[in-house]
Every structure is written in C-alpha cells, then in structure tokens.
Design a protein around this ligand. Structure first.
Ligand SMILES: NC(=O)C1=CN([C@@H]2O[C@H](COP(=O)(O)OP(=O)(O)OC[C@H]3O[C@@H](n4cnc5c(N)ncnc54)[C@H](O)[C@@H]3O)[C@@H](O)[C@H]2O)C=CC1
Ligand SMILES: CC(=O)C(=O)O
Length: 373
C-alpha cells in the first residue's frame, strides 16, 4: 500500500501525521510512504530526515493525495482538500464529523473510507484521542492563566494568589482526560479547583487522584450555574463520543461571570459546551469576548506544541494504521473490533450512529458497510 502524508493546512497546524521513525514501521512491512515536502518542518523534521528513513518526498499535495491508497492526516480535510477525496481512498485522521456537516457531505459524496482517530474505542477508552486530550487539557489551564492577565484582556488575577491575597477559582466541566489534565495543571498553579462530571464512578476516581486539592461535583444545571458564576476560569471538557457536545453552560450563566473572566472551550471540536462559544477561533486570533468574558475556542490546540504532540499522536496511531495497511480496512476491522467504531463513512454511507443521528443521515452498520470494501 502507498501511505500518503500531506502537509497540514489548518491555521497554525504544525503537527505531522508521521515521524521519520514511523516511516520505518511501514517500509519494513513492505509499504511505500510518500511525504509532501516540508510536511514535518513545523514539528522539527526535515525532508532529509524522512528520506533517510525510506520515504519519498513529493513536492505538491495533489500528487500525494492522488498516488496514495491511504492518507494519514492530523486534522480533518479542509474545503480545498475535498476535491482529493475518492471512492478508493482510505482517510485516517481526526474528523469530529458531528461538528462538520460540509465535510461529512464531501466524504459521503466521494464514497471514500474515512476512519476517525477520535472514535477508535478500546474498552470504552479512546486511545487515539487520549494523548492530544492530555496536551489540550494541560494547555487549557496554562492558556486560561495567560488570558486572565490584564494585557491579554483578562481581569488581572494570578491564579495562585500570594500570601494574604485570595487565589483564583477554576471550574473544569467534564472530568475525563482533558478535564483531569487541566485540573492537574490548575492545582499545580495553586488555583482553587472544582471538577464537574456526570459519572459517579469517574467522580470517585477523581477524588482518589486529587484528594482534597480539588473539589468534585455532580453535573447538574444548578451545580454548573453556581460554580460558573464564582469562577475566574471555566474549562469545557465534556465528550459524548461521536456526538455534538451538549450546551451545558448557557448564555445566562456566562452573563453571571465577572468581567475579564475566561472560558476555554476545549470541546469546541465537537461543537463546544458554551452557548456563547458560537464559533471556532484560531491560533492566530484565539479569543473573542462575549458579555465581558474572554472566550478561547481553538479546535487544534495541540498544533501549538507540535513537537510534543506529533510524537504523542504518532506513538498511538501507527500501530492502527499498520493494521489497516497490512490487512485492508475490512479484514483489519474484522480482526480488531476497536477499529469498527473508528469507521465514520464508507461507500457513501455514514457508519457512525451518533454522527448519523446528529447530522440527519441514515445510519448503516459497520458490518454492513464493510461487506463491499
Ligand atoms: N480543542 C482541541 O484542540 C482539543 C479538543 N479535544 C476535545 O476535548 C473533549 C474532551 O475530550 P476527553 O477529555 O478526551 O474526553 P473523555 O471521554 O476522556 O472525557 C469526557 C468526560 O465528559 C464527561 N461528561 C459527559 N457528559 C457530561 C455532562 N453532561 N456533564 C459533565 N460531564 C460530562 C464524561 O463522563 C467524561 O468523564 C473532546 O471533545 C475532545 O475531542 C481533545 C483534544 C484537543
Ligand atoms: C483531538 C484533535 O482534534 C486535535 O488534537 O486537534
């Protein structure tokens, strides 16, 4: 199989979907890897690094897409890439389709086989999302602290406080991977931290992890409203896999926050949990202000720390990509049931139930869809 690695084109997306070391895993298994020139530059890898490990460098994106049997990317195909999609192409990348109706239409119309990193599932966990959630969670607390500074538009508080001066309050809504990592950094910064989750088992685990250094709270509109109103920084970290994120923080709740408070909606890639985070922002222009509250809603946060993120991402994606390359999608899914929920579209059908429900498509089961692959 020919594996294509295009250069990412999303705003400030400096990750790449394969490291030079990753190339070797494919070539040793008898595959060919083609890499668009400068695809690795943002992550500190040169074309020469890829060549030395057996890849062929191609000087334009169109040729990478047209020659490859499987495209590995980091972020979803953007509009300028829709024309490259075709029925005999496998696309393996983050997709977040519930928040991407135009992309879903393009994937369906092309008939390509699209597997989303974020819905590959092992025993209820999302192994291809986890490392980027670790990155984004840790960044969320850092970024929140930064935008609370006066010159950045914030109310001008230091989350740790100082002796004799109150510390800042941080509420993290969603206590999964993003939430726990955000809370770790916020606790480390000395903030007064509350973590809200819907799952009582998860709340128990969080109490075991954090002890008395963070308050855990059951998710309910009342608890969310009270905690948001008192907070300097609120971090959105809820996920219902495959679905559009629920709007748990309403506009009225945001209005109760003090001017210069900050919200970081990490879940914006699935549509976001703040009613007021009504559009995705970019690393170039990361915030907008609503009701005096600074909103940060960047959908590719790990793209800002590409060296760490590329290594963390490819550590987990390569073993799955190798299964797809070695066996083809049908056999790989039959042999490894974790890959089945990863399949989002195939043969012009939507094969993820939540995506189909949210975007109004007829759902076709993975079992049915892979018969024709
Ligand atoms: N913006 C960005 O650059 C990035 C965004 N993300 C996104 O962050 C979000 C969170 O991801 P993970 O932490 O990995 O997911 P996760 O599955 O580990 O955690 C989600 C948590 O939300 C909780 N939850 C579900 N419904 C809830 C409710 N009504 N109230 C409170 N909690 C609720 C779940 O119990 C779970 O603990 C996802 O949308 C993910 O795609 C992840 C990485 C980068
Ligand atoms: C999870 C995701 O979409 C990202 O890391 O950009």
């Amino acid at each position: 199989m020919i594996i294509g690695i295009p250069k990412e084109i999303k705003n400030n997306e400096n990750r790449v979907s394969l490291t030079p070391a990753g190339v070797v895993a494919f070539t040793q298994a008898g595959h060919e890897v083609i890499v668009e020139t400068n695809a690795g530059t943002g992550s500190g890898y040169t074309d020469e690094d890829y060549r030395a490990n057996g890849a062929t460098i191609i000087d334009n994106a169109a040729d990478v897409w047209s020659k490859a049997n499987m495209i590995m990317k980091v972020k979803e195909p953007l509009e300028s890439e829709y024309g490259y999609l075709r029925s005999d192409l496998i696309v393996f990348t983050y997709l977040h389709l519930a928040a991407e109706p135009a992309l879903t239409k393009a994937l369906v119309e092309s008939g390509c086989t699209a597997l989303a990193y974020e819905t590959v599932t092992v025993n209820g966990t999302l192994p291809l999302l986890t490392p980027m959630s670790e990155v984004a969670g840790r960044m969320a607390a850092q970024i929140g602290a930064q935008f609370l500074e006066k010159p950045k538009g914030g109310k001008g508080i230091l989350l740790s406080g100082i002796p004799g001066v109150q510390r800042g309050k941080v509420t993290v809504i969603g206590g999964g991977v993003v939430g726990a990592n955000a809370a770790k950094i916020a606790v480390g910064l000395g903030a007064d931290v509350t973590i809200i989750d819907l799952n009582p088992e998860r709340l128990r685990e969080l109490e075991d992890i954090f002890g008395k250094s963070a308050q855990t709270l059951m998710s309910s509109p009342v608890n969310i409203a009270e905690s948001v109103a008192e907070s300097d920084l609120v971090i959105g970290a809820v996920l219902i896999p495959g679905s559009r994120a629920p709007k748990l923080v309403t506009e009225d709740m945001v209005k109760t926050m003090k001017e210069g408070s900050v919200v970081v909606d990490v879940a914006i890639d699935q549509g976001g949990i703040f009613e007021t985070a009504d559009h995705v922002s970019t690393h170039d222009d990361p915030t907008y202000t609503k009701h005096g509250v600074v909103h940060y809603a960047v959908a590719n946060m790990p793209g800002a720390v590409p060296r760490t993120s590329t290594q963390g991402l490819t550590n987990v994606t390569v073993p799955y990509a190798l299964q797809l390359a070695n066996k083809g999608v049908k056999k790989a899914i039959e042999d490894n049931k974790s890959l089945a929920p990863g399949l989002n579209t195939a043969g012009g059908k939507v094969t993820h139930q939540k995506v189909a429900e949210d975007l109004g498509y007829t759902y076709t089961s993975v079992e049915e869809a892979i018969k024709s692959l």
